[in-house]
Design a protein around this ligand. Structure first.
Ligand SMILES: Cc1cc2nc3c(=O)[nH]c(=O)nc-3n(C[C@H](O)[C@H](O)[C@H](O)COP(=O)(O)OP(=O)(O)OC[C@H]3O[C@@H](n4cnc5c(N)ncnc54)[C@H](O)[C@@H]3O)c2cc1C
Length: 382
C-alpha cells in the first residue's frame, strides 16, 4: 500500500496544512493546498516548538534549516510578576536534547511557516492562494481540512458544538529588543501573578522580544487572534508588575488580543473522504504551547497511515494514534492556567515555595513532569 500518485486536497495553508503537504509530498502524494489568504501569513508572533515537534521537523528533513531560524533557550525562568523573585528555573538547553532527544526551539511564526511552505513546494505541492473553499463536499478525493480554530468544515460537517468562553484573554506582540535591558531581552521568562501571567522570549537572533500576556478578564470574548487592541489596556492589566516588566510593556506600540475558548472534544475526526487536523479538530488553550506542535504530529501520523493502508482504515488509525494524546494535551493546557494564575497570596506563596524547592533540589523532577509530552517521538513507531 502506498500513496504515491494519490491526489489529495489540503484545505488551509497554516502550520498543519503545510506540514501535511510536506509529509504527504515526501511519500509521493500529489498535493494541492487551498488557502484563502492572498499571502501565506506574515503574522508577527512567536511560536515555541517543543522537542516532540522538533522530532517531526527532523523526520521531515528540515532540522538544519529550522535550526538556523530558531532561538534555543538555555533555560526558562519562572518569576513572580510582582516581585521579580525567581520561583523556579527549567534548565532546557542541552538538557532537552539529553532528556527528550531533541532541542526546545522558538521561532518567529512567519519563519517556520515560510520554511514549511518551501518544503511543501520542494516536495511537489501546489499551493494555491486566494482560494476560499465553502463546500468541501464539492471537492473530489481525500480532503484534509486544516482550516484552523474557527474551522468551517468542523462546524458544517462534524456538528461542532459551540465553544465556551473561558473568561481569559491574551495580548500578544513583538517588541524591538534594542531599547530593552539585556537580561530581559535575552531571557525566556514566565512572570506569574494573581489571575495573570506574561511570557517573553527573544526571536531572530535576539533582535525582537515576543510577548504573550494572559489575564482572567471577561471583557473580551473574540477568538480571532489578529484583532488590534490599545496597548494602554495591556499596560493597565499589568500595572501591578515590577518596574522591569512595566518598562518592557511601555515599549509596546502594537498589540493584538484574543479570547480563550474551551472546545469540546469531537466525537470523530473523519467522515467519508474528509479528515480534520490541527486546530480544526483539537483547538487548545496556549498554556502548554503545543497547538502547532500537535499539528506537526498530526501531519506525520496522517501521512504515515495513509501510506500504509487503505484510506478508511488509515483515517481510523490516525485518529486512534493522535486523539488520546491531543485530548490529554488539551486538558493539560486548560489546567495549567490554574497553576500560573493562583489568586490567593498564601496559596501562591506556598505553591511557589514548593516549586522553588523542587527546582533547586530536584531539577530533573521538574523536567520529568514534561516527559509524557516532550519525550514522545511520533516518527518512531515502537
Ligand atoms: C498568540 C498565539 C501563540 C501561540 N503559541 C504557540 C506556541 O508557542 N507553540 C505552539 O505549538 N502553538 C502555539 N499556538 C497555537 C498555534 O498557533 C496553533 O495551534 C497553530 O497555528 C494551528 O495551526 P493550523 O494550521 O491548524 O491552523 P491555522 O494556523 O489557523 O491555519 C489555518 C489556515 O486555514 C485557512 N483557512 C481557514 N478557512 C479556510 C477556507 N474556508 N478556505 C481556505 N482556507 C481557509 C486560514 O486562512 C489559515 O491559513 C499559539 C497560538 C496563538 C494564537
Amino acid at each position: 500500500m502506498s500513496i504515491r500518485g494519490t491526489e489529495i486536497t489540503v484545505l488551509g495553508g497554516g502550520i498543519a496544512g503545510l506540514a501535511a503537504a510536506t509529509a504527504l509530498g515526501r511519500r509521493g502524494a500529489v498535493v494541492t493546498v487551498l488557502e484563502q489568504a492572498a499571502e501565506l501569513g506574515e503574522v508577527g508572533a512567536g511560536l515555541q516548538i517543543g522537542p516532540n515537534g522538533v522530532a517531526v521537523l527532523k523526520a521531515l528533513g528540515l532540522f538544519e534549516r529550522a535550526a538556523a531560524l530558531a532561538n534555543t533557550p538555555e533555560a526558562v525562568s519562572l518569576r513572580d510578576l510582582a516581585t521579580d523573585h525567581e520561583v523556579a528555573r527549567l534548565e532546557m538547553g542541552a538538557n532537552a536534547v539529553r532528556r527528550w532527544g531533541s532541542p526546545y526551539w522558538q521561532f518567529h511564526r512567519a519563519d517556520l511557516l515560510g520554511l514549511l511552505a518551501e518544503a511543501a513546494r520542494e516536495n511537489g505541492a501546489d499551493i494555491r492562494l486566494g482560494q476560499r473553499v465553502e463546500n468541501v463536499e464539492d471537492l473530489d478525493g481525500l480532503v484534509i481540512a486544516a482550516d484552523g480554530v474557527r474551522s468551517g468544515v468542523r462546524s458544517r460537517i462534524f456538528d461542532g458544538v459551540p465553544a465556551q468562553f473561558t473568561k481569559q484573554s491574551a495580548w500578544r506582540g513583538l517588541i524591538p529588543a534594542a531599547d530593552l535591558p539585556f537580561e530581559i531581552a535575552n531571557a525566556a521568562t514566565v512572570y506569574m501573578g494573581p489571575g495573570r501571567h506574561l511570557v517573553t522570549y527573544p526571536l531572530r537572533g535576539g533582535s525582537v522580544v515576543n510577548f504573550v500576556a494572559v489575564t482572567e478578564q471577561s471583557d473580551w470574548a473574540d477568538e480571532g487572534w489578529s484583532i488590534p487592541d490599545d496597548p494602554a489596556n495591556l499596560r493597565a492589566a499589568f500595572a501591578m508588575a515590577t518596574p522591569g516588566v512595566r518598562a518592557l510593556l511601555d515599549q509596546v506600540s502594537e498589540t493584538f488580543r484574543w479570547g480563550f475558548f474551551n472546545h469540546p472534544v469531537l466525537p470523530t475526526w473523519h467522515k467519508g473522504n474528509v479528515v480534520l487536523m490541527g486546530d480544526a479538530c483539537h483547538p487548545m488553550l496556549p498554556y502548554l504551547a503545543q497547538g502547532a506542535v500537535m499539528a506537526l504530529e498530526d501531519a506525520w501520523v496522517l501521512a504515515e497511515e495513509l501510506d500504509t493502508r487503505p484510506v478508511p482504515e488509515a483515517l481510523a488509525a490516525y485518529e486512534a494514534r493522535c486523539k488520546p494524546r491531543a485530548t490529554r494535551v488539551q486538558k493539560g493546557a486548560a489546567s495549567n492556567a490554574t497553576a500560573y494564575h493562583l489568586r490567593s497570596a498564601p496559596v501562591r506563596g506556598v505553591a511557589h515555595l514548593g516549586l522553588g524547592a523542587v527546582s533547586r533540589l530536584a531539577p530533573s523532577m521538574l523536567l520529568g513532569k514534561f516527559d509524557w509530552l516532550y519525550g514522545v517521538d511520533v516518527t518512531k513507531r515502537k
